[in-house]
Design a protein around this ligand. Structure first.
Ligand code: AN7
Length: 356
Protein backbone atom coordinates (compact mmCIF):
# COMPACT_ATOMS: atom_id res chain seq x y z
CA UNK A 1 0.00 0.00 0.00
CA UNK A 2 1.35 3.40 -0.95
CA UNK A 3 1.28 6.00 1.77
CA UNK A 4 -0.50 9.07 0.50
CA UNK A 5 0.27 12.50 1.90
CA UNK A 6 -2.97 13.85 0.49
CA UNK A 7 -5.33 15.16 3.09
CA UNK A 8 -2.83 15.67 5.91
CA UNK A 9 -4.17 18.32 8.25
CA UNK A 10 -2.21 21.59 8.11
CA UNK A 11 -3.70 23.53 11.02
CA UNK A 12 -6.53 26.04 10.96
CA UNK A 13 -4.65 28.98 9.39
CA UNK A 14 -3.88 27.00 6.24
CA UNK A 15 -7.03 24.87 6.14
CA UNK A 16 -9.39 27.85 6.49
CA UNK A 17 -7.22 30.51 4.83
CA UNK A 18 -10.05 31.84 2.65
CA UNK A 19 -12.11 32.65 5.71
CA UNK A 20 -9.43 34.08 8.00
CA UNK A 21 -7.30 37.23 7.95
CA UNK A 22 -4.23 36.57 5.75
CA UNK A 23 -0.95 35.57 7.45
CA UNK A 24 2.43 35.69 5.70
CA UNK A 25 3.79 32.15 5.29
CA UNK A 26 6.95 32.97 7.30
CA UNK A 27 4.90 34.06 10.29
CA UNK A 28 2.58 31.06 10.47
CA UNK A 29 2.96 29.45 13.90
CA UNK A 30 1.07 26.21 14.12
CA UNK A 31 0.97 22.98 16.10
CA UNK A 32 -1.62 21.61 13.64
CA UNK A 33 -4.53 22.53 15.91
CA UNK A 34 -8.17 21.93 14.92
CA UNK A 35 -9.68 18.90 13.17
CA UNK A 36 -10.97 17.66 16.51
CA UNK A 37 -13.47 14.78 16.58
CA UNK A 38 -17.22 15.20 16.61
CA UNK A 39 -18.27 12.15 18.59
CA UNK A 40 -21.91 11.08 18.81
CA UNK A 41 -23.25 10.19 22.26
CA UNK A 42 -24.36 6.56 22.27
CA UNK A 43 -25.10 5.81 25.93
CA UNK A 44 -27.05 8.85 27.12
CA UNK A 45 -30.55 8.09 25.79
CA UNK A 46 -31.95 8.27 29.33
CA UNK A 47 -31.03 11.96 29.51
CA UNK A 48 -31.21 13.00 25.84
CA UNK A 49 -34.27 11.03 24.68
CA UNK A 50 -34.56 11.41 20.91
CA UNK A 51 -32.39 14.50 20.75
CA UNK A 52 -29.27 13.59 18.80
CA UNK A 53 -26.20 14.70 20.71
CA UNK A 54 -22.64 15.17 19.46
CA UNK A 55 -19.55 16.15 21.43
CA UNK A 56 -17.01 18.44 19.78
CA UNK A 57 -13.99 17.30 21.79
CA UNK A 58 -11.71 20.32 21.85
CA UNK A 59 -9.59 18.70 24.55
CA UNK A 60 -7.79 16.96 21.69
CA UNK A 61 -6.11 20.15 20.48
CA UNK A 62 -2.29 20.31 20.87
CA UNK A 63 -2.30 21.90 24.34
CA UNK A 64 -5.54 20.23 25.39
CA UNK A 65 -8.07 23.02 24.89
CA UNK A 66 -9.96 25.05 22.28
CA UNK A 67 -7.70 28.04 22.98
CA UNK A 68 -5.19 26.74 20.41
CA UNK A 69 -7.47 27.68 17.50
CA UNK A 70 -7.34 31.34 18.48
CA UNK A 71 -3.76 31.29 19.72
CA UNK A 72 -2.25 30.05 16.44
CA UNK A 73 -3.69 33.11 14.69
CA UNK A 74 -3.05 35.63 17.49
CA UNK A 75 0.60 34.59 17.87
CA UNK A 76 1.18 34.36 14.10
CA UNK A 77 -0.16 37.89 13.59
CA UNK A 78 1.85 39.24 16.52
CA UNK A 79 4.96 37.67 15.00
CA UNK A 80 4.15 39.08 11.57
CA UNK A 81 3.74 42.54 13.08
CA UNK A 82 7.20 42.28 14.64
CA UNK A 83 6.10 41.83 18.25
CA UNK A 84 8.61 40.07 20.52
CA UNK A 85 6.29 39.17 23.41
CA UNK A 86 2.73 38.19 24.27
CA UNK A 87 0.82 38.60 27.51
CA UNK A 88 -2.46 37.26 28.87
CA UNK A 89 -4.50 36.93 32.02
CA UNK A 90 -5.81 33.41 32.37
CA UNK A 91 -7.69 30.89 34.43
CA UNK A 92 -5.17 28.43 32.97
CA UNK A 93 -5.87 27.22 29.45
CA UNK A 94 -5.11 30.49 27.70
CA UNK A 95 -1.79 30.66 29.54
CA UNK A 96 -0.89 27.08 28.53
CA UNK A 97 -1.71 27.79 24.90
CA UNK A 98 0.02 31.20 24.81
CA UNK A 99 3.14 29.69 26.37
CA UNK A 100 3.28 26.86 23.82
CA UNK A 101 2.70 28.97 20.71
CA UNK A 102 5.03 31.74 21.92
CA UNK A 103 7.81 29.21 22.43
CA UNK A 104 7.33 27.95 18.90
CA UNK A 105 7.39 31.48 17.53
CA UNK A 106 10.55 32.31 19.47
CA UNK A 107 8.66 34.91 21.47
CA UNK A 108 8.43 35.65 25.19
CA UNK A 109 5.17 34.90 27.02
CA UNK A 110 4.03 36.59 30.22
CA UNK A 111 1.03 34.93 31.85
CA UNK A 112 -0.93 36.29 34.81
CA UNK A 113 -2.99 33.71 36.70
CA UNK A 114 -5.07 33.98 39.88
CA UNK A 115 -2.91 32.49 42.62
CA UNK A 116 -4.18 29.16 43.94
CA UNK A 117 -7.01 28.92 41.40
CA UNK A 118 -5.42 27.23 38.41
CA UNK A 119 -5.56 23.48 37.73
CA UNK A 120 -2.14 21.84 38.05
CA UNK A 121 -1.93 20.54 34.47
CA UNK A 122 -2.38 24.04 33.05
CA UNK A 123 0.17 25.62 35.37
CA UNK A 124 2.70 22.90 34.50
CA UNK A 125 2.24 23.63 30.79
CA UNK A 126 2.88 27.36 31.13
CA UNK A 127 5.99 26.60 33.19
CA UNK A 128 7.55 23.93 30.99
CA UNK A 129 7.03 26.02 27.83
CA UNK A 130 9.09 28.74 29.47
CA UNK A 131 6.54 31.48 30.08
CA UNK A 132 7.08 33.92 32.91
CA UNK A 133 4.26 32.91 35.26
CA UNK A 134 2.99 35.69 37.50
CA UNK A 135 0.63 34.46 40.20
CA UNK A 136 -1.59 37.38 41.01
CA UNK A 137 -2.94 37.71 44.54
CA UNK A 138 -6.40 38.45 43.22
CA UNK A 139 -9.03 37.17 40.80
CA UNK A 140 -8.87 36.51 37.06
CA UNK A 141 -10.75 39.79 36.60
CA UNK A 142 -8.07 41.68 38.57
CA UNK A 143 -5.38 40.07 36.41
CA UNK A 144 -7.15 40.99 33.16
CA UNK A 145 -7.47 44.63 34.28
CA UNK A 146 -3.69 44.75 34.81
CA UNK A 147 -3.01 43.15 31.41
CA UNK A 148 -5.16 45.78 29.68
CA UNK A 149 -3.16 48.57 31.36
CA UNK A 150 0.22 47.02 30.62
CA UNK A 151 -0.53 46.54 26.90
CA UNK A 152 -1.53 50.20 26.59
CA UNK A 153 1.96 51.33 27.56
CA UNK A 154 4.44 48.53 26.82
CA UNK A 155 5.48 46.62 23.67
CA UNK A 156 3.71 43.34 24.43
CA UNK A 157 0.78 41.91 22.48
CA UNK A 158 -2.33 40.92 24.42
CA UNK A 159 -3.56 37.46 23.47
CA UNK A 160 -6.70 37.34 25.58
CA UNK A 161 -9.89 36.98 23.54
CA UNK A 162 -10.13 40.79 23.37
CA UNK A 163 -7.54 40.25 20.62
CA UNK A 164 -9.82 39.93 17.54
CA UNK A 165 -7.59 37.25 15.98
CA UNK A 166 -8.47 34.92 18.85
CA UNK A 167 -12.16 35.09 17.91
CA UNK A 168 -11.36 34.67 14.21
CA UNK A 169 -9.38 31.51 14.89
CA UNK A 170 -11.92 30.05 17.27
CA UNK A 171 -14.82 30.48 14.82
CA UNK A 172 -13.31 27.63 12.77
CA UNK A 173 -14.76 25.11 15.22
CA UNK A 174 -18.22 26.00 13.89
CA UNK A 175 -16.98 25.36 10.33
CA UNK A 176 -15.77 21.90 11.33
CA UNK A 177 -19.04 21.03 13.07
CA UNK A 178 -21.09 21.77 9.95
CA UNK A 179 -18.57 20.10 7.67
CA UNK A 180 -18.55 16.88 9.70
CA UNK A 181 -22.32 16.80 10.26
CA UNK A 182 -23.10 17.84 6.70
CA UNK A 183 -25.78 20.22 8.02
CA UNK A 184 -26.25 22.70 10.86
CA UNK A 185 -27.13 21.52 14.35
CA UNK A 186 -30.30 23.03 15.83
CA UNK A 187 -28.62 23.89 19.14
CA UNK A 188 -25.00 24.48 20.17
CA UNK A 189 -24.06 24.19 23.86
CA UNK A 190 -21.01 25.87 25.39
CA UNK A 191 -19.62 26.71 28.80
CA UNK A 192 -19.28 30.48 29.22
CA UNK A 193 -16.47 32.20 31.11
CA UNK A 194 -15.07 35.26 29.38
CA UNK A 195 -17.60 34.58 26.59
CA UNK A 196 -15.05 34.69 23.78
CA UNK A 197 -15.86 31.21 22.53
CA UNK A 198 -19.63 31.65 22.25
CA UNK A 199 -18.94 34.94 20.41
CA UNK A 200 -16.58 33.08 18.05
CA UNK A 201 -18.92 30.14 17.32
CA UNK A 202 -21.75 32.54 16.57
CA UNK A 203 -19.56 34.45 14.13
CA UNK A 204 -18.57 31.17 12.46
CA UNK A 205 -22.13 29.90 12.12
CA UNK A 206 -23.38 33.23 10.78
CA UNK A 207 -20.63 33.31 8.16
CA UNK A 208 -21.67 29.83 7.00
CA UNK A 209 -25.30 30.91 6.78
CA UNK A 210 -24.39 34.06 4.86
CA UNK A 211 -22.38 31.94 2.40
CA UNK A 212 -25.40 29.60 2.18
CA UNK A 213 -23.32 26.61 3.27
CA UNK A 214 -26.04 25.88 5.83
CA UNK A 215 -29.66 26.98 5.77
CA UNK A 216 -29.75 28.35 9.30
CA UNK A 217 -27.60 28.93 12.37
CA UNK A 218 -28.18 26.96 15.56
CA UNK A 219 -29.52 28.45 18.76
CA UNK A 220 -26.54 29.33 20.92
CA UNK A 221 -26.89 27.83 24.40
CA UNK A 222 -24.33 29.24 26.85
CA UNK A 223 -23.95 28.01 30.43
CA UNK A 224 -22.22 29.74 33.32
CA UNK A 225 -21.57 28.24 36.74
CA UNK A 226 -24.17 29.35 39.29
CA UNK A 227 -21.57 31.03 41.54
CA UNK A 228 -19.96 32.81 38.58
CA UNK A 229 -22.92 33.85 36.44
CA UNK A 230 -22.64 37.61 35.84
CA UNK A 231 -24.35 37.50 32.44
CA UNK A 232 -27.34 35.56 33.79
CA UNK A 233 -27.65 37.88 36.79
CA UNK A 234 -27.13 41.01 34.74
CA UNK A 235 -24.26 42.40 36.83
CA UNK A 236 -20.60 41.60 37.54
CA UNK A 237 -19.96 39.08 40.32
CA UNK A 238 -17.29 40.45 42.67
CA UNK A 239 -16.29 37.18 44.29
CA UNK A 240 -17.06 34.38 41.83
CA UNK A 241 -17.14 30.83 43.20
CA UNK A 242 -17.20 27.51 41.36
CA UNK A 243 -15.40 24.17 41.26
CA UNK A 244 -14.95 24.83 37.52
CA UNK A 245 -11.93 27.15 37.88
CA UNK A 246 -11.66 27.69 34.11
CA UNK A 247 -14.91 29.68 34.16
CA UNK A 248 -14.49 31.34 37.55
CA UNK A 249 -14.91 34.79 36.00
CA UNK A 250 -16.98 37.66 37.40
CA UNK A 251 -16.78 40.24 34.64
CA UNK A 252 -16.50 38.64 31.17
CA UNK A 253 -14.59 40.55 28.50
CA UNK A 254 -16.97 39.48 25.71
CA UNK A 255 -20.20 40.03 27.67
CA UNK A 256 -21.83 41.87 24.76
CA UNK A 257 -20.79 39.17 22.30
CA UNK A 258 -22.56 36.55 24.40
CA UNK A 259 -25.73 38.63 24.60
CA UNK A 260 -25.69 39.19 20.86
CA UNK A 261 -25.22 35.46 20.19
CA UNK A 262 -28.13 34.65 22.47
CA UNK A 263 -30.47 37.30 21.08
CA UNK A 264 -29.70 36.89 17.39
CA UNK A 265 -29.87 33.08 17.53
CA UNK A 266 -32.89 32.80 19.82
CA UNK A 267 -30.76 30.95 22.36
CA UNK A 268 -30.13 31.26 26.08
CA UNK A 269 -27.42 32.25 28.54
CA UNK A 270 -28.28 30.21 31.62
CA UNK A 271 -26.51 28.66 34.59
CA UNK A 272 -25.91 25.26 36.18
CA UNK A 273 -24.85 24.38 39.72
CA UNK A 274 -21.49 22.88 40.65
CA UNK A 275 -23.33 19.66 41.48
CA UNK A 276 -24.88 19.54 38.00
CA UNK A 277 -21.47 20.27 36.46
CA UNK A 278 -19.77 17.45 38.38
CA UNK A 279 -22.61 15.01 37.60
CA UNK A 280 -22.23 15.74 33.89
CA UNK A 281 -18.42 15.50 34.19
CA UNK A 282 -18.70 11.99 35.65
CA UNK A 283 -21.46 10.98 33.23
CA UNK A 284 -19.58 11.75 30.00
CA UNK A 285 -16.47 10.03 31.35
CA UNK A 286 -18.17 6.93 32.73
CA UNK A 287 -20.70 6.39 29.92
CA UNK A 288 -19.04 7.77 26.81
CA UNK A 289 -15.34 7.34 27.50
CA UNK A 290 -14.61 11.03 27.13
CA UNK A 291 -12.58 12.78 29.82
CA UNK A 292 -13.14 16.53 29.83
CA UNK A 293 -12.36 19.10 32.47
CA UNK A 294 -15.06 20.25 34.92
CA UNK A 295 -15.77 23.59 33.17
CA UNK A 296 -16.33 21.78 29.88
CA UNK A 297 -19.07 19.67 31.44
CA UNK A 298 -21.17 22.81 32.03
CA UNK A 299 -22.24 22.37 28.40
CA UNK A 300 -23.54 18.82 28.96
CA UNK A 301 -25.15 19.93 32.23
CA UNK A 302 -26.90 22.53 30.08
CA UNK A 303 -28.14 19.85 27.67
CA UNK A 304 -29.58 17.86 30.57
CA UNK A 305 -31.26 20.94 32.02
CA UNK A 306 -32.74 22.00 28.67
CA UNK A 307 -34.12 18.47 28.00
CA UNK A 308 -35.80 18.53 31.41
CA UNK A 309 -37.34 21.92 30.62
CA UNK A 310 -38.40 20.64 27.15
CA UNK A 311 -36.44 23.40 25.43
CA UNK A 312 -34.56 20.59 23.68
CA UNK A 313 -36.96 18.27 21.91
CA UNK A 314 -37.06 14.95 20.10
CA UNK A 315 -35.69 15.45 16.59
CA UNK A 316 -33.30 18.26 17.59
CA UNK A 317 -29.58 17.90 16.88
CA UNK A 318 -27.43 19.32 19.66
CA UNK A 319 -23.69 19.81 19.62
CA UNK A 320 -21.94 20.18 22.92
CA UNK A 321 -18.40 21.57 22.96
CA UNK A 322 -16.12 19.87 25.48
CA UNK A 323 -13.62 22.71 25.71
CA UNK A 324 -10.71 21.15 27.60
CA UNK A 325 -9.13 17.79 28.41
CA UNK A 326 -9.78 16.11 31.74
CA UNK A 327 -6.06 15.55 32.31
CA UNK A 328 -5.73 19.29 32.87
CA UNK A 329 -7.22 18.78 36.32
CA UNK A 330 -6.57 15.26 37.63
CA UNK A 331 -7.16 16.40 41.23
CA UNK A 332 -10.82 16.96 40.45
CA UNK A 333 -11.23 13.53 38.84
CA UNK A 334 -9.69 11.83 41.84
CA UNK A 335 -11.85 13.84 44.25
CA UNK A 336 -15.15 12.79 42.64
CA UNK A 337 -14.30 9.14 41.91
CA UNK A 338 -14.30 5.85 43.81
CA UNK A 339 -10.96 5.50 45.58
CA UNK A 340 -8.53 2.73 44.51
CA UNK A 341 -8.42 -0.34 46.76
CA UNK A 342 -5.12 -1.25 48.37
CA UNK A 343 -4.51 -5.01 48.12
CA UNK A 344 -1.69 -7.48 48.65
CA UNK A 345 -0.40 -9.38 45.60
CA UNK A 346 -2.62 -12.32 46.47
CA UNK A 347 -4.98 -13.99 43.95
CA UNK A 348 -7.64 -14.92 46.52
CA UNK A 349 -7.79 -11.46 48.02
CA UNK A 350 -7.88 -9.76 44.63
CA UNK A 351 -10.53 -12.06 43.15
CA UNK A 352 -12.67 -11.43 46.25
CA UNK A 353 -12.22 -7.68 45.81
CA UNK A 354 -13.28 -8.08 42.15
CA UNK A 355 -16.57 -9.46 43.38
CA UNK A 356 -16.23 -13.05 42.11
C1 AN7 B 1 -11.97 24.58 29.56
O1 AN7 B 1 -7.92 30.23 30.03
O2 AN7 B 1 -10.74 32.14 30.27
O3 AN7 B 1 -16.21 31.80 27.53
O4 AN7 B 1 -8.14 32.24 30.75
O5 AN7 B 1 -10.60 27.05 29.86
O6 AN7 B 1 -14.38 31.77 25.84
O7 AN7 B 1 -13.89 32.32 28.22
C2 AN7 B 1 -10.65 29.81 29.90
C3 AN7 B 1 -11.96 29.62 29.59
C4 AN7 B 1 -14.53 27.08 28.89
C5 AN7 B 1 -14.70 29.51 28.82
N1 AN7 B 1 -13.90 25.93 29.07
O8 AN7 B 1 -14.49 30.04 27.53
C6 AN7 B 1 -8.61 31.20 30.32
C7 AN7 B 1 -10.07 31.12 30.16
C8 AN7 B 1 -12.60 25.91 29.38
C9 AN7 B 1 -11.90 27.09 29.54
C10 AN7 B 1 -13.91 28.29 29.04
C11 AN7 B 1 -12.57 28.32 29.38
P1 AN7 B 1 -14.76 31.58 27.25
Amino acid sequence: MALSRKGLWRGIIREFAEHLPPVGEDAVTTLLEGNTPLVEAVNLKDVTGRTRLFFKFEGLNPTGSFKDRGMTLAVSKAREEGSRAVICASTGNTSASAAAYASRAGMKAYVLVPEGNVALGKLSQAMIHGAMVLEVRGSFDDALAVVKEVTKNYPVTMVNSLNPYRIEGQKTAAFEVCEYLGYNPTHHFLPVGNAGNITAYWKGYEELRERRVVSESPRMMGFQAEGAAPIVRGEPVLNPKTVATAIKIGNPASWQGALRAKEESGGVIDMVSDEEILDAYRLVASREGIFCEPASAASLAGVIKMRKLSVLKDGDTAVCTLTGHGLKDPDCAIKVSVKPLSVSPDVKEIVRAMGF
